[in-house]
Ligand binder design. Structure first.
Ligand SMILES: [Zn+2]
Length: 740
């Protein structure tokens, strides 16, 4: 008996081995498609995804489980709630395999749908040469039904690749090590990102850098609203999905997204995935129409050597920037919050008159401009305060974003007054006209250099039938936002070009915005040291097409808006932070410098030049070096930096609210390990390579650079120059490999 049992075990194992190593012939149960990189196997009875293998690396990416997972899910909206349909709701299924790399699956016979013509068709095909698959879904017979969303594709049962990394184009880019463990520890079973919105590019990558990786993308060039998500199931398997949103219109009988989902495999890291995405990205309309690439960005924005981000009355904003400009002797410009007459985060859009009064505001802007200091003023692009007089008077409610349930998106940002803001719909001419008229006033009456359009790189679905855009799904948000920027620019009477800035970054807004505020470079200041880490993923794809700028980096405690209730005003606003956090400031500035972001100091005051002399000098040194290397650090293409071995150091990190918070939200001290030397490489248009290096050590540190010139498309031999704050000088020649 024992012998027989052993024999059976051996037989099973050898059978499995044969199947794994076999030629993946279709059989009763599984239908395969395959190219030289990828193998996909689908269950022939119901279409469930059974195999997803990286053939090159011999790695199966799906776990062998008994769990039945559906490739798609349709959320039918009914008066009694959502009815989900999936592959198991169909009573009929057939699969048509056109060739070794293309198949079509058709599900029909759904008892939840009274229309017998209702069908779900999925096509999957493999690229002839590339390690990618393309996925498309098509629904027919949906007339008279409301569909809230179509989840497709949904790839479930992703097995642990070990040493996993999850890179997400979450604005600048975020990287999470060991995502499964992190999600379990934090009781998060799902992460979702809206695109266009917090997802700046259609790119996620889940990988083990030494083994294989999943490249998760889409080829939508028209900015249709969708969500990307990563989930964790109870067995510890990850899943990936895209939520697609059909137009919410019962007269339509068919739906298919205007794009394909792209799922591929790669070996490398987030930079490898970014380089692959870039090949597609640079061919898109938004890249061809990029304002930076087409010389449409105001020259003063491109020339900015340093930004000062101050808040409040003129005196606390413009004179410190003017003084800093004199010291630096390079262009310093201002991002200006709290210039407006209304309290921050509750009185929008009642910005006028400015809190300093019309005359002083206007005169001081003119005076600053004479000294070469330009102003970019804050005006939220989508919010209206519910308690403002204009909210009622102008019937703002009618033009707000509505959910399927007709509800608005209303949020209390201001913790002191408790007064709420509601999100306005950029798809309505009313709101575009309203915002454009405010921007026009700031530009034509006060001669500001430009508008920082807070929350501009976000996108919403709106279901208000009285608005003039398609209901629900669509690409009207980016179109509306683009229309708004055209309106503002065309109404400008300024002799100079007007700068329009977004919050965050996004590929969809490259033709519309001149610059993009990327505060994630100082992420620890508002989100701590654990979990997601910032990576320059967007810069790695789009740096030559978008000016990114900004940081929360500050040496002072946060300010408090004078127009907020006085009883909550802390006594210690704009005081020096502990010297313990000075290194954090240096680290943020070093990152900004090497990542090709225009540097910024938040809450700058004159006394910092003496009280934090070393830190301010470091900032000015970086700005001076950067200003001599703009063909790399402003216009260059991101490249992988040669490895530099440097010690890591425990840094004290201040986590604090950006402006003064309640008692419990005051400065929190954290600690984290950070590199002491930062580096990134940049290729210029004239085929040169610039390697930006910044150290935050207080002693000399010898840097050894060893790299193969061929990797960067350089000739085997050539000259090396070194730029420091004193200028550029020749440093030697390269051999094929050279130590510097
Ligand atoms: Zn709307």
């Amino acid at each position: 008996m024992r012998v027989i049992r052993c024999f059976a075990v051996i037989l099973l194992i050898s059978f499995c081995t044969l199947l794994r190593a076999g030629s993946f012939l279709d059989h009763d149960e599984i239908i395969y498609i395959k190219n030289e990189h990828l193998l996909l196997g689908f269950n022939s009875k119901d279409g469930a995804l059974h195999r997803f293998d990286d053939i090159t690396e011999h790695v199966p990416l799906l776990a062998e489980t008994n769990t039945k997972n559906s490739l798609w899910q349709i959320h039918l909206q009914t008066p009694s709630g959502i009815i989900p349909l999936d592959i198991f709701s169909a009573s009929l299924f057939r699969v048509e395999k056109a060739n070794t790399g293309y198949l079509k699956m058709i599900w029909s016979g759904f008892r939840e749908m009274d229309n017998p013509d209702f069908e779900v068709v999925v096509s999957v095909w493999l690229d002839k040469n590339e390690p990618v698959s393309e996925w498309k879904i098509y629904l027919k017979g949906i007339r008279e039904r409301h569909i809230e969303k179509v989840i497709f594709p949904k790839i479930s049962g992703l097995k642990d690749m070990e040493t996993e990394h999850l890179a997400v184009a979450d604005w600048m880019g975020s990287l999470l090590e060991e995502p499964r463990a992190y999600m379990q520890k934090n009781s998060r079973n799902y992460f979702g990102w809206a695109y266009p919105g917090h997802l700046s590019m259609q790119l996620l990558a889940l990988y083990n850098p030494n083994k294989t990786g999943l490249y998760l993308s889409c080829n939508d060039s028209l900015a249709y609203r969708k969500n990307f998500g990563i989930g964790l199931d109870s067995q510890g398997y990850l899943s990936y999905q895209i939520d697609n949103f059909p137009e919410y219109d019962i007269s339509l009988d068919t739906y298919s997204p205007n794009y394909e989902a792209i799922i591929g495999v790669f070996k490398g890291d987030w930079l490898t995935a970014a380089a692959y995405y870039r090949e597609w990205a640079v061919q898109q309309k938004w890249t061809r129409e990029s304002r930076l690439k087409n010389g449409l960005v105001p020259s003063w924005v491109e020339e900015t050597a340093l930004w000062v981000w101050n808040r409040g009355n003129v005196q606390g904003v413009l004179p410190p920037a003017e003084a800093l400009k004199k010291r630096l002797n390079l262009p310093v410009n201002v991002l200006w919050h709290w210039w407006h007459g209304c309290p921050y985060d509750e009185g929008f859009p009642e910005y006028f008159p400015p809190r300093d009064g019309e005359t002083l505001f206007k005169d001081q802007i003119a005076k600053a401009e004479k000294q070469g200091v330009r102003t970019l003023i804050y005006m939220n692009q989508i919010q209206w305060g519910n308690t403002t007089e204009s909210w009622e008077k102008e019937n703002a409610f009618q033009h707000t974003v509505k959910g399927i349930d007709g509800k608005t998106i209303t949020h209390v940002y201001n913790i002191f007054s408790g007064k709420a803001l509601t999100t306005m719909c950029v798809g309505t001419p009313f709101w575009r006209d309203k915002y454009a008229s405010l921007a026009e006033k700031a530009i034509n009456d006060y001669h500001v250099g430009g508008i920082y359009m807070d929350q501009a790189c976000l996108g919403y679905l709106c279901y208000d039938p009285s608005h003039s855009h398609p209901l629900g799904g669509g690409n009207y948000w980016v179109e509306g936002s683009g229309e708004l920027t055209r309106k503002i620019r065309s109404s400008s009477r300024s002799a100079d070009k007007i700068a329009l800035s977004g919050e965050g970054v996004s590929e969809c807004w490259l033709p519309y915005l001149d610059l993009f505020l990327t505060l994630q470079v100082s992420k620890e200041r508002y989100a701590g040291v654990e979990g997601w880490q910032t990576i320059p993923l967007f810069q790695a794809v789009y740096h030559p097409y978008a000016v990114s700028y900004g940081s929360y980096s500050s040496l002072l405690s946060p300010p408090y808006d004078d127009l907020w209730p006085t009883e909550f005003a802390p006594a210690d606003t704009l005081r020096l932070l502990s010297v313990d956090f000075n290194q954090q400031f240096l680290m943020e500035q070093a990152r900004s410098f090497v990542w090709g972001i225009q540097p910024m100091i938040a809450n700058y005051r004159d006394f910092l030049a003496t009280d934090r002399e070393k830190e301010i000098n470091y900032l000015m040194k970086l700005a001076r070096v950067r200003s001599q290397g703009l063909k790399y650090l402003l216009y260059g293409e991101f490249a992988r930096a040669p490895e530099i071995k440097s010690p890591e150091r425990e840094l004290k990190i201040s986590r604090l609210s950006i402006y003064a918070g309640r008692e419990a939200e005051r400065v929190t001290e954290l600690q984290g390990k950070f590199p002491t030397v930062y580096a990134a490489a940049w290729k210029s248009d004239d085929r040169m390579l610039g390697i930006a290096i910044a150290s935050i050590l207080d002693h000399t540190f010898p840097v050894k650079l060893r790299f193969n010139t061929e990797t960067y498309g350089l000739q085997p031999a050539g000259e090396i120059f070194l730029i420091n704050e004193n200028g550029k000088k020749r440093s030697g020649n390269t051999a094929r490999e050279r130590l510097m």
